[in-house]
Design a protein around this ligand. Structure first.
Ligand SMILES: Nc1ncnc2c1ncn2[C@@H]1O[C@H](COP(=O)(O)OP(=O)(O)OP(=O)(O)O)[C@@H](O)[C@H]1O
Ligand SMILES: [Mg+2]
Length: 259
């Protein structure tokens, strides 16, 4: 497939929930592009449309209008075969609450997407070992989710998300259920996945600390983008964090609104 300059294009995306007399507008015309290799953050108050946006991109819900293109292809024009491939191996989704299957071990959870897609056992094994090493979960692969810490569960979920080499990782508050230390470890891993492996990531987060690992942040309020911050080359993360806090403070009376 020809490589498109923009990996993902979101064009005037609108989403209304509900019917005629009871409509909740969640997205009111959101447009942005993601270039290959970016680590894009989305921040905004509760109810501003962040999850709705990710779910439209993941084809979990249908937008009311607007388009999403991956490598120049309109995802709403996909037939069922394209859609299965898109969901199964072109995007990876990381959830706040991990969404691991309780009755499967870590290893089984990670390999599940590959078993669905018919990858050979030897290939799967090699990929699993490499990813587990990187994410520091080798020792817990045979444990069940109930025997893992939150941070370990999320790193297992990250391995499951990455094993099929998705074009883009979508993450919705991936540190939301983690303590500060586990959150930092996860973010450092995601940063490594982005920087040293060139994986494109789109992450929603309330947490300015988590968001400070991103290369660019879009701020969304009432279903529209109202600000953008770009981390400068060589800018210290602490400095970028301060700039994020300043934007949040401008959001109607302080960051308490957003955090
Ligand atoms: N299934 C649904 N049916 C009706 N309204 C919905 C539905 N899902 C979300 N909404 C509404 O759409 C708006 C945007 O919700 P969304 O979940 O996208 O916000 P969010 O930015 O992810 O919030 P949070 O930070 O709390 O996760 C809110 O007003 C919400 O109440
Ligand atoms: Mg949400």
């Amino acid at each position: 497939m020809a490589r498109h300059e923009k990996l993902l294009e979101v064009q005037d995306l609108k989403k209304n929930y509900g019917k005629k007399n009871n409509i909740t507008p969640a997205l009111n015309g959101v447009s942005f592009d993601i270039l290959p290799g970016e680590f894009l953050g989305i921040m905004g108050p509760s109810g501003s449309g962040k999850t709705t946006l990710l779910n439209c991109i993941a084809t979990i819900i249908k937008p009311t209008s607007g388009r999403v293109l991956l490598n120049g292809e309109n995802i709403s024009a996909f037939d069922s075969k394209d859609l299965a491939e898109y969901r199964g191996s072109r995007i990876g989704y990381l959830f706040q609450d991990f969404e691991l299957l309780d009755n499967l071990t870590g290893q089984e959870n990670i390999l599940l997407p590959l078993s669905i897609h018919g990858t050979s056992f030897a290939q799967a094994r090699a990929k699993l070992e490499e990813l587990a090493g990187f994410l520091e979960i080798t020792d817990i692969l045979s444990k069940f989710p109930s025997q893992m810490s939150g941070g370990q569960k999320q790193r297992v979920a990250a391995a499951r998300c990455l094993i099929s080499d998705p074009d883009i990782v979508l993450a919705d508050e991936p540190t939301g259920a983690l303590d500060t230390r586990s959150a930092r470890t996860l973010m450092a891993k995601l940063e490594g996945i982005n920087r040293s492996r060139g994986r494109t990531i789109l992450m929603v987060s309330h947490d300015p600390n988590a968001a400070s690992f991103c290369s660019r942040i879009l701020f969304i309020q009432d279903g529209v983008i109202f600000h953008e911050l770009r981390r400068k080359q060589e800018e210290f993360r602490e400095h970028f964090y301060d700039r994020i806090l300043k934007v949040l403070a401008q959001l109607g009376g302080g960051s308490a609104n957003v955090l």
